[in-house]
Design a binder for this molecule. Sequence first.
Ligand code: TMP
Length: 204
Amino acid sequence: MRKGLFITLEGPEGGGKTTQARWLAEDLQAKGADVVLTREPGGTAVGNGVRSILLDSSPGSISPEAETLLYLAGRAQHAAEVLRPSLHAGRIVVCDRYTDSTLAYQGHARGLGVEPLIAMNDFATGGLRPGLTLLLDIPAEVGLERQREHNRMEAEGLDFHRKVREGFLLLAERWPERVKVVDASQPPGIVRSRLWDIVWGWIR
Ligand code: TMP
């Protein structure tokens, strides 16, 4: 099996990314892979601190620019402390959200612009981009209905979350080789096997 692979899971709220990321890590481990399962915001002590500022603050209390820089600060630390060393050691990294979330949420939905944020992602990560991205696509109304965790981002209105989804789909059009769209409104077991087919095809 190829080593040092970087796989991200992305998508709007309520697409089941966290469960699918865990299942994917398990499916890879069952094939003998050395897997690191991690997430953003989070993944390090700094990242977890940033996560609680970002998600536990009251709606409207963080400017779009400050929000972006906080996500990027968490990412910079995550890339330096976890992602690069793990990939360097030949491990497979499965990451629940990464750079595309910043492009869809802050770049597209908040309107800060995708192009400048591509450059800022590269600054934060030293140009570390995923090899494969699984986009768990779901309509905003369905995803929000399913979501159980209530945080500052989730509290944004339906129009915002529609723009987030649109932002993700534009990224898939832009980078079709890397970003694979999967219909996440299907039953979780079906989504799991669809993701596995994509990942296994890519790895081999
Ligand atoms: P989640 O980990 O439960 O999906 O929550 C993370 C929230 O943060 C989710 O609403 C998406 C949002 N987010 C951004 O807005 N920009 C980012 O760069 C990342 C990583 C997440």
